[in-house]
Design a protein around this ligand. Sequence first.
Ligand code: OFO
Length: 172
Amino acid sequence: MSLTKTMEAALNKQVNAELYSAYLYLSMSADFEAKNLKGFANWMFVQAQEEMTHVMKIYRHILDRGGKVVLDKVAKPKTTWKTPLDAFQDAYKHEKEITAMINNLVRLAKKQNDHATESMLQWFVDEQVEEEANTDEIVQKLKMVKNSGEGILIIDKELSQRVFVDNTKAAQ
Ligand code: OFO
């Protein structure tokens, strides 16, 4: 069964949202680099790389189901954040919006009896739990240190450890 036009359009919209996610986190990474917060920059750079794997997972699904990928323009992200806490609060808020989008897609797939898309989206449902938890955990730590220079540097060091893993592959 091929994708319906409605499902195809909705998935293309999600491709755009995931591209925006990558763009947003890359913008945060660039801002952290500019402020010499290399660990924060690394974490966001890895996050942007992960987002590109989300793009490609949906991209591939559209093609594999006989649909057409149509790329749209990607919105301009903010380019600077006052503090690391501001950036991570924005990231957490953004992830909650993405979760809502994924949940809407699942509802649509169910309504259309599109089991293959529903199954593909299940990976995103699980991933969003991680995405929200990871960003919120850093928000909570940043709140704890209350923008103290020492606290920020400790967290910066911790975030420098993050390495990119393509977990869309591991789940297949
Ligand atoms: Fe951040 O999970 Fe995709 O968008």
